[in-house]
Ligand binder design. Structure first.
Ligand SMILES: Cc1cc2nc3c(=O)[nH]c(=O)nc-3n(C[C@H](O)[C@H](O)[C@H](O)COP(=O)(O)O)c2cc1C
Length: 181
């Protein structure tokens, strides 16, 4: 979808419509196969990891949100444009609100949310659901902990993306254990 990695010259490259065509074709094919209520998408229009950037991510996100309306899928999940560490305020001129307004079904957001921020987003109707990544990884009973407004385990960045399945994903203490320490 992003112009910096799409160098095709056929109907799947070039214009915004062409670059998004493949993703929409996939959505359509899966919807036809298993039903729209079992299909969701996750998009990171603002991310430029692995040089996968676009000069106009806002237009890309909007085009995808509007185009996905046609399929009536279960949800559209978009990653926030802000690149921030939880708890640290970083000014970001971009917002997902235009995409939220453009997409007619369930809208999910993720990226740098903590408990209060997530609650505010729901209260202000900026999303239907807030998704947590790193906090959930380090707090396997995160909903419980949010309910109680309990102190959270800090995630360990050094154990992200490692192949040892015993370390970094399942060895964070649960709330009960945390309390004992
Ligand atoms: C260890 C780890 C693995 C991840 N793997 C993926 C992935 O495979 N696909 C994806 O879209 N995002 C992936 N993410 C990003 C998260 O889904 C989420 O968007 C990101 O962590 C921002 O949310 P957070 O601030 O709540 O952590 C991963 C994040 C972490 C920490």
């Amino acid at each position: 979808m992003k112009e910096k990695v799409n160098d095709r010259t056929d109907q799947h490259g070039g214009s915004l419509e062409n670059r998004c065509r493949f993703a929409l074709e996939i959505v359509e094919a899966i919807v036809n196969k298993i039903g729209a209520d079992r299909v969701g998408t996750r998009l990171s229009p603002f991310a430029d990891y692995m040089e996968s950037g676009d000069s106009n991510p806002r237009a890309l996100g909007l085009y995808m949100a509007e185009s996905l309306n046609k399929y009536d899928i279960a949800y559209c999940h978009i990653v926030e444009p802000r690149m921030e560490t939880i708890g640290v305020e970083v000014e970001c001129p971009e917002s997902l609100v235009p995409l939220r307004k453009a997409f007619k079904c369930t809208f999910l957001v993720a990226g740098g949310y903590d408990r209060g921020d997530g609650n505010n987003t729901l209260l202000e109707d900026r999303a239907d659901l807030v998704v947590y990544g790193r906090l959930f990884l380090a707090n396997l009973d995160l909903p419980n902990q949010f309910d109680l407004d309990a102190p959270l385990n800090k995630y360990k960045r050094e154990t992200f993306y490692i192949s040892n399945h015993l370390v970094g994903y399942t060895d964070y203490p649960f709330l009960e254990t945390t309390k004992d320490h």
